[in-house]
Structures are given as structure tokens and as C-alpha cells.
Design a protein around this ligand. Sequence first.
Ligand code: NDP
Length: 448
Amino acid sequence: MPQLHEHLMPIFEEIVRRNAGEPEFHQAAREVLESLGPVVDRPGGLVDADLIRRLCEPERQIIFRVPWVDDAGRVQVNRGFRVEFNSALGPYKGGLRFHPSVNVGIVKFLGFEQIFKNALTGLPIGGGKGGSDFDPKGKSDGEVMRFCQSFMTELYRHIGEYTDVPAGDIGVGGREIGYLFGQYKRITNRYESGVLTGKGIGWGGSLVRTESTGYGAVFFANEMLRTTGDSFDGKRVVVSGSGNVATYAIEKVHQLGGTVVAVSDSSGYVVDEKGIDLELLKEVKQVRRARINEYADERGGAAYVAGGSIWDVQADIALPAATQNELDEDGAIALIRGGVRVVSEGANMPTTPAAIRSLREAGVKFAPGKAANAGGVATSALEMQQNASRDSWSFEYTEERLEGIMRSIHDRCLETADEYGVPGDYVAGANIAGFMRVADAMLAFGVI
Ligand code: NDP
């Protein structure tokens, strides 16, 4: 594990001590702190203002009870979270995750990452994240609706278009955002479009928002390929997950001439040498809300592997797009053995620190999620702009804006990495560039 700067080590130790039992938050914080050594020594008052320690403490954390009644008439109780981490650059912005693994540490790691990601977009948005340990899997529409209504009955007090603007994440898609927005509107008696993003197109949503995270991760990888005059054309690509991010990453890879040969869910993975049939995948995952093995059952020539590691499938490019720490050291070694050249994170922190080290040592270009998956939140900010001006933009125009934003994030990461003497290091470039933008604003505001 790389050493931390002497100013940063006590800060990290304090994070571990004061946030006990939150390993994902420790991991996310450590990864950022490891990059910040070179900025600590620069003149400008960071140390005197104790800015980094302040940045690692959320501005506000909300934990609440979410009671609801299931279809059998039984009372269920879940726990809701919103961590409003940093509002130096704008209202807190970040998704809601509904998954049984959600706890305050997971939400805190996601909120922390979100600060730097949002700063990198260059748009006026702070960082936050939320969610619940509610599991939408296997629930009826009515149960999901009652849960969402109960969740919003508390959350509405803490959010608003100038305060905190949630969106979707794992387990929260268009259906859930609809129920959440409906309840917010009902309780507040305000049609406040800018309070949530990821809305339906007919009621304040933005074209391209659904596709934006997956498209953005592929645009980012395309920029990485371009630095050596390469492209997606003719490449074999593996994409983990089969949810929102994975689905639209596959769509864009195919549009750019690559072939996605494997996808997964939490039960196993599918190998389809002909290239994933996106229409069938959408039918299985989005319409039927079924498991990925149904895709293999219905697609001639595709094979389903229960459990196992999708990273065993040979690929030129890998796009982890499922969940945190899904690509471990063994997975990285398998990818390297298969000749992988680029790894671009569609998910948040899907690659473990040991796996990142292995990829780097093998000369694989690696893009961290806070840069590569920023297309989702960037398009959310474009949705907020459209809401504020009561406008709606075309698909082509919005996608062009997204592509431009991804290109500028890519370039900013590389330029910053060059400036700080670590050329080609996208992790350091993203962390330092995101940090500097937030730090400048926080310094301007004084000690608050
Ligand atoms: P979805 O809920 O749409 O899909 C998640 C996918 O990941 C599902 O296929 C799910 O499978 C799979 N998955 C979850 N846990 C595991 C696991 N332990 N092993 C293998 N597969 C798993 O979520 P999203 O696509 O929205 O989010 C995916 C990632 O992208 C998350 O890390 C999220 O934070 C990140 N992200 C999402 C953004 C967005 O705009 N949606 C924006 C930026 C980042 P199963 O159905 O079996 O659970």
C-alpha cells in the first residue's frame, strides 16, 4: 500500500477511528488521500485551513425509519439514508441506491466519491448520496410504490432544487423516481421539477439521461484509446452487470464498432461470441425483470456460467459496471493474461486497490469511476438546466453535450496528471483535479 503524506496520515487514522465498521468509506477516502500528497505542499493555505480534514467529514447525515405494508398486509421496516457530503460547488447531488447491502458506510463512500466526480464535470453541483436497505427484487409494483412513498415522506424535508437533488442508482430507475417524485409533489404541493433527476421524458426528464452513464463510460474509454491512435472498432469487450449502466455501455460499444461478448448479474455471467443481442437483454432485464440466465436460454450459441468470474473471458477492453469491489486482484490478473488494454469503470469503485496496482504495473490504461462514470451526473445537471429554463433539448444535442463533457473530463485528468508529475495516471489526475475545484471554493468561504 503506498505511503500517505505526513499531513494526511493522521487525517486517515481519524477517519478510520471515527467511522468504525465502514471499510468502503475508508477505501474511498484512502484512495483520494494517496493522490493528494503533491497538493498538500503547495502554497495556498490548505494545511492552515485544515481543509482536507473538513472535506472528509460530511456536512450532514440523515438516517430514518421507513415503515411500509407489504402485499400480505404485514408491516415491514427498512432504514433510509441521505449523506449530504459537500455543497461547496452547488446543491448536494447524487443518486439513491435501494439494495440490501446499503448501510451508512456504503452511502458515505458513494457520497465522498460523488464530491470529486461532480467537481470534475465542471458543473455547479455538490456531492451527496442516499438510499435504503430495501430490496426491490421480487417486490410487486404496489410494494415498491408504498415503500417509495414512505421513504419520501421523510426525505422531502431535506431536499429541494437548491438544497439537495437525488437521482437513481442501483435498484432505483424510472419507476422508482416516478413514485418518489409523485409523493414529493403531493406532500409539498409544488411541481418542483428540479428536485429529482432521472424523471420520465413526459414530466420533466431529459433525453439521454437513461443512457448517459453507460454512454459516458464508453466515450471516456474511447478518448483513452484515442491517445494512442486506437478506437473501439473491432475490439472484444466485456461488461459486468446488466442494469442501467451496463445496458447502455453495450449499446454505445456496438455503435462504435466493438463487440460485447459477456455480461453478468449477481448470479452469474453469459458469454455470447456473436455479440450481446441488446433487444433480448433489455427484454429479459428491463421488461421481465428476470435473471441473466434467461438470456442464455433464449439466445442460440450463448453460454451461461453460474457464479464464476466474468473477468476470465478474454477481452481487449473491460468495463466493470455492476458494483463496488467486483474486480479483484485475481480478476485483474485474468484480464491481463487475456491481453486487456483498457479498463474504464462504469460502476463506483468496482476495482479493488490491489487490482488497480496489478493493472497499472501491467501497463493497462485504467480510468476510475469518478471520471469515467461522471456522464450520468453530468446529464442530470443538464436535466436541471432544462428544468430551470423550462426547456427540453433534442437527443442529438444532449448527447453532443455529454460527449463534450466526457472529453473535457478526460483531458483535465491527463493534464492534471502531467502537471503533478504522474503522466498517464488517470486516478491521480481525477482526484487532484476534482479536489482542487472543491478546495478553491471551500477556501473562499472561510471556515464553515
Ligand atoms: P442497476 O440496479 O440498474 O444494475 C446493477 C447491476 O449490477 C445488475 O445487473 C446487478 O445484478 C449487478 N450487480 C449488483 N451487485 C452485483 C454483484 N455483487 N455482482 C455482480 N453483479 C452485481 O444499477 P446501475 O446500472 O444504475 O448501477 C451500476 C453501478 O454504476 C453502481 O456502482 C452505481 O453506483 C454506478 N453508477 C450508476 C449511475 C447511474 O446513472 N445509474 C451513475 C454513476 C454510477 P442483480 O440484478 O443480480 O442484482
